[in-house]
Design a protein around this ligand. Structure first.
Ligand SMILES: NC(=O)c1ccc[n+]([C@@H]2O[C@H](COP(=O)([O-])OP(=O)(O)OC[C@H]3O[C@@H](n4cnc5c(N)ncnc54)[C@H](O)[C@@H]3O)[C@@H](O)[C@H]2O)c1
Length: 275
């Protein structure tokens, strides 16, 4: 098992004087991303449903570095207001990261209402937020959308979630094309299993029991940390990725590259004639 990294690097000064807007910023990958932007010098506007946890995040980051805006990302009026007030206060919006998510996972029994909610939060709200923000983003700005290994692999009874995550990749390519003339780069990251509250819930809080099981879905034989996804998001948002747009970066410990043989016991015999 490889070493786990738990803090977000946020290269010092990379985001000095910039404004980043992060949805789903009260928890998990969004919270780690907001932390990284703030560490890199940005002011971060944190959008999330969870007002209490947002307030906690602002207390940690400091009011000079972070502003909390409790809202539902499907509320287009509230989103438009948040964008206008952030852009008016700071001049421009430089970075958008769409992390807010409905984890609603249903398969053959999914209702029309469930489909609407999953598509509404994960695809339409994210698309509309980026569209609205793009009008206030100068050349050199970036958008990062969060997809998943679930966009690529079939998983039991997860039609809704997986379809929305695949749609995010198509959306990313379309946004990259249409926003390129404005100098805005748009990319996606696709995490493997990351230890966030949703995974913690599935594990009943027992990481020691479940990490050896779920870790084996990944070549690195462990779960990822929110900060490891945040670092990829910060890379795609920052000054070292200026010729990268319209693409997807897997942050999945090798999950998607693994074949049906899994970790394969034969690997232990590398160099022998066993294949
Ligand atoms: N955790 C994983 O293993 C994993 C794996 C692959 C992809 N992802 C993706 O990473 C992203 C972040 O996931 P996470 O695990 O950090 O989640 P999380 O549950 O820790 O955080 C998600 C946040 O989104 C907020 N949110 C949900 N619906 C919202 C809405 N309608 N409006 C505003 N905020 C809303 C929640 O309140 C929560 O704070 C998601 O897009 C998810 O699909 C996560």
């Amino acid at each position: 098992m490889t070493a786990t990294k738990t803090t977000t690097t946020g290269s010092a000064g990379d985001f000095e004087g910039r404004l980043a807007l992060v949805t789903g910023a009260a928890s998990g990958i969004g919270a780690a991303t907001a932390e990284g932007f703030a560490a890199g010098g940005a002011h971060v506007v944190l959008l999330d449903l969870d007002a209490d946890r947002l307030a906690d995040r602002v207390a940690v980051l400091g009011e000079d570095r972070a502003t909390a805006v409790p809202l539902d990302v499907t509320d287009t009026e509230a989103v438009a207001e948040a964008i206008a007030s952030a852009a008016d206060r700071h001049g421009s919006i430089h970075h958008v990261v769409n992390c807010a998510v409905s984890f609603l996972a249903a398969g053959v029994d999914a209702t029309a209402e469930q489909w609407q909610r999953a598509l509404g939060v994960n695809v339409a709200a994210s698309a509309m937020l980026t569209a609205a923000a793009s009008r206030r983003m100068p050349p050199g700005s970036t958008v990062v959308n969060v997809s998943s290994i679930s966009a690529h692999a079939a998983q039991p009874a997860r039609w809704t979630y997986n379809a929305t995550k695949a749609a995010i990749l198509a959306l990313t390519r379309g946004q990259a094309l249409d926003l390129a003339p404005a100098g805005i780069r748009v990319n996606a990251v696709s995490p493997g299993w990351i230890w966030t509250p949703e995974v913690e819930k599935a594990a009943g809080g027992d990481r020691a029991r479940w990490e050896p099981v779920w870790g084996r879905y990944h070549m690195l034989e462990r779960l990822g940390e929110p900060s490891e996804v945040a670092d990829a998001i910060l890379y795609l948002s920052g000054p070292r990725s200026t010729f990268i747009t319209g693409t997807e970066l897997m942050v999945d410990g090798g999950y998607s590259a693994m074949g049906p043989e899994g970790l394969g016991d034969t690997a232990k015999f590398a160099g022998s004639d066993m294949h």
